[in-house]
Structure formats: C-alpha cells, structure tokens
Design a protein around this ligand. Structure first.
Ligand SMILES: *Cc1c(COP(=O)(O)O)cnc(C)c1O
Length: 404
C-alpha cells in the first residue's frame, strides 16, 4: 500500500487496517460511534411519489431488506473496499454466495470446469446440482494448469476453484488459469476463504468473481454465518443483482453487524494466527510420529514457489499426517485440551478436524486417496491462543498418539 499517497479524506487511499475500521460507515442522524443495526424488514416513504421513484431506481434509498439494508450495505461496502472490487453483495452463508455466484449466470447447455480438491458443499454444487439443471461439470486436478486447458470446451462458461484448497492446501495458479479461461470466454470464480481477503487478491491476478464464507475469518469468533460475492459492476448488473433480489438468500442485518465488527479486527487476528500457524507447522515438522506437514509457508511445501508468487502470507491452517491411521489420529484428537474438535476454521479458538471421517466422509476411499486425504490426516485451524500453550497441547497429544 506504499505506492499510494495517504489521504484521510479518500477511502481509496486507505490501508486495509484503516478501511476495515472506517470503510463504508453510514451514520444515522444520532451520530452513533459504532455502526447501527437496522433491524427492519422494510422502509417507509415520505410520499407516494418517493415510493414510485425508489421502485424505478430513480431514488437511491432503501426498499426492502431482501434487496438491501443499511447495516448490510455497510458490510458490503467495507468488503468491496478491502477486496478492491467494483461491487459486493452479502449473502446469508458462504454456500449461498457460491451458489448465487454460479447459478446467476449459468444456464442449461453450459459447461464448467472445477477443481476436484474443494470444500464438500462446493463440490456438491458443481458436481451434482449444476448437472441437474443441464450444466455439465468436469473436475480436474487444480494444481495442474494444463488440465484446465484440456478440460475446456467451446461451451465452457466458468472455472471454479478454491486456493488453498481444503484440507490439503493444494494451490491453483490463479493468473495462469484465468488466462486459459478468458481465452475461451469463461469467467473465473474463486473461493478465497482459506487465504482470507488479506493474503490473496484473486481479482488482481485475473479472476472475475471472488466469494467468501464470512463465517470463517471475517467473523472469526464463532458467532454467525455469512457470505459475500465480489465482482464487477457489469456482472452485478447483468446477473447477480436480479438473482439475489428475486431468490432471496439475504444476510440478516444483525449478522451483517457482527461481521462488520469482525472486519475491524481481521488484520490483527489473521496476522497473529498466521504467525502462530508458522511456528506450529515448524514445531510439528520436527517431531517423531509426524509423517508429513503441509503449510504454505514452509520451504518443503510442494507448491512453495506459487504460494510466494500469489499469496502475501501463508494462512492460518496447518494440515499434517501422523504415522499410522485413524486410530492414531483419533487418539491424538481425544487427548487435546485447548485445541477443540470442530469442523469450523478461521476462529479465535484453535480447531482440529479429521477430514476423512467428517468433511470428506461422503467421498469413496478411492476419491479421498486421489485427493491425498489419508486416515491419518488432520487439519488444524490455528487460533489466537499463545503458541507455547498450543505446542504443549500438541506435545501431549503426540505422545498419546504414539502409544498403541
Ligand atoms: C466454510 C466454507 C464454505 C461454506 O461457507 P458457509 O458459510 O458454511 O456456508 C465454502 N467454501 C469454503 C472454502 C469454506 O471453508
């Protein structure tokens, strides 16, 4: 952010830390310090003429909270500024954002290409839901840029992937894959949850649409669900605006308020969590009983060069494999005291997941093997606790996992 001249009066020049505290704030006539929660379904008009003008889009005010709401608008504007996007729209969950981002513009007869390594529900949308409506889907190994090219057909309209991907942290080369998509007239939709809006900027790398589950780092304190789609004005106008307005996956104003407050501390939390995650990854890597550690910031990470190229930080997740199988993984988890067993991530509390029996249990064993998800694999979302306490918790669990 040093290339811009700071100007307190111009949000476009603010650093992320500043715009996450002030960006998008709308103050009511009461002059409240903290953003207000506008818990209202609809809005009243001074005159019939004003109501008519609002419905004709000639008066910019609010109409109905399925379309827009002041608290939700503040959250959207803050996210828009952070992402550097032309437009942002909030949704009730991350999955609502993913579904809307794809279904708002795809139609029967279209084809999409998606990465095989993906959050389970995203895979469902691409692989099961889309085909039910005549949208064909080809899954590829997202790490293999050539595979995206080979999967492309004349009717391919979208590439969809997350990077880093859950839980193996596989990366997709956003710039290279976007070039392939654009050469074919397809749009690139990136689920940027694992990287957070701070560590990776898919739009700058060539992507067209970015989606988040705000449930993760953006709330970051385990309270509410939310999602957001970031895109161009044209994508909003041509597809997304009407789809959201008419199908109604709207974010509740209360949840928007919680998420706004989450954004204020996002840089502090993500920075601290990344630092602790790096220490935990190194701590794990040196230990007896650990077969493999996957962390984007480590020298031995298989896609290290790409991580350095397209991410400005290594993320808050550490995936590792123990020697052994499910029994060792379960013993490890069951001994932990501070790190809690949960499928969520990005939280202030450190959370551990056994993907093979939870998030990825729906997959056949061969499909899991293809994704590199073994029975001894664990995904750790590093929280805000002190490193020393987490390391001590891990050491006890490792000792227990080794006792047959
Ligand atoms: C959690 C998550 C989602 C879904 O978000 P919800 O808010 O739970 O609907 C989508 N993609 C990724 C990568 C996620 O981690």
């Amino acid at each position: 952010m040093t290339d811009k001249t700071a100007d307190a009066a111009s949000p476009a020049t603010w650093s992320p830390e500043t715009l996450l505290v002030h960006g998008g704030t709308l103050r009511s006539p009461f002059g409240e310090t903290s953003e207000a929660v506008f818990l209202t379904q609809s809005f009243v008009y001074d005159t019939a003429e004003q109501a008519e003008a609002r419905f004709k889009d000639e008066d910019p005010g609010f109409i109905y909270s399925r379309f827009s709401n002041p608290t939700v608008s503040m959250f959207e504007e803050r996210m828009r500024l952070l992402e550097g996007a032309e437009a942002a729209r909030a949704t009730a969950t991350g999955m609502a954002a993913v579904t809307a981002a794809l279904l708002c513009f795809l139609k029967a007869g279209d084809h999409i290409v998606a990465a095989r390594a993906m959050f389970g529900s995203c895979l469902y949308v691409a692989q099961e839901l889309c085909p039910r409506f005549g949208i064909e889907c080809t899954l590829v190994d997202g790490r293999d840029t050539e595979a995206w090219k080979h999967a492309t057909r004349p009717n391919t309209r979208a590439f969809f992937f997350e990077t880093p991907a859950n839980p193996t942290l596989d990366l997709v080369d956003i710039a290279a894959v976007s070039k392939i998509a654009h050469a074919n007239g397809a749009l690139v939709v990136v689920d940027n949850v694992f990287a957070t809006p701070l560590l990776q900027k898919p739009l700058k790398l060539g992507a067209d649409v970015v989606v988040y589950s705000a449930t993760k780092h953006i709330d970051g304190q385990g309270r509410c669900l939310g999602g957001v789609v970031l895109c161009s004005q044209k994508f909003l106008k041509d597809y997304l605006h009407t789809f959201l307005r008419q199908t109604g996956p709207a974010l509740s104003p209360f949840n928007a308020w919680v998420l706004l407050k989450g954004l204020e501390t996002l840089p502090l939390r993500v920075r601290a969590q990344c630092e602790t995650a790096a220490k935990i990854a190194d701590h794990l890597a040196g230990q007896k009983g650990i077969k493999r550690v996957l962390f984007c910031g480590r020298e031995d990470y298989p896609q290290r060069a790409l991580a350095e190229r397209q991410m400005s930080g290594s993320g808050t997740l550490v995936t590792f494999e123990l020697d052994g199988g499910k029994a060792e993984a379960f013993r490890f988890m069951n001994v932990l005291k501070l790190i809690r067993i949960s499928n969520n991530l990005g939280d202030a509390k450190s959370l551990i997941t056994h993907p093979a029996t939870t998030t990825h249990q729906r997959l056949k064993p061969e499909a899991r093997a293809e994704l590199g998800i073994s029975d001894a694999m664990l995904r750790l979302s590093v929280g805000l606790e002190a490193y020393a306490d987490l390391a001590a918790d891990i050491d006890r669990a490792l000792a227990a996992s080794r006792i047959a």
